[in-house]
Design a protein around this ligand. Sequence first.
Ligand code: DQA
Length: 142
Amino acid sequence: MNIIIINGPNLNLLGEREPEVYGSESLSEVNTWIENHEICADLSLEFFQSNSEGSIIDFMHEKCHSADYMIINPGALTHYSYALRDAIVATQLKTIEVHLSDIHNRENFRKISVIKSVCLAQYYGKGKHGYIEAIKHILESR
Ligand code: DQA
């Protein structure tokens, strides 16, 4: 099974960026941890990060026929990107939304996700473990 794992704007700064909110590990450390997790043993994972909405959408277009599922932490795009929402619908990628922090217990604008209704599930507030929860969701829903 092929799963693409996308991280959006500013997530390249993980480890340096507000570590009290997002943790002290870098994105490549988190990705390596995911890749080496026992539940990923039989999975093909492809990681992508971009600070650009258009590049994320282009990547989705490119992968939509080869990926079985998409896990995405869209960063702040979560809260306002109807283009990202449309791309999920247009590509028909089965998508799980992940957030490191507890978006429901922060500023009000973070409580809104414009992609939630086109995703299979939303995980938040569990740090890097949210990505594993998303993979478990995929494995259990097969
Ligand atoms: C985030 C939460 C968003 O509100 C924020 O803009 C991010 C990261 C998270 O992982 O908790 O960039 O998606």
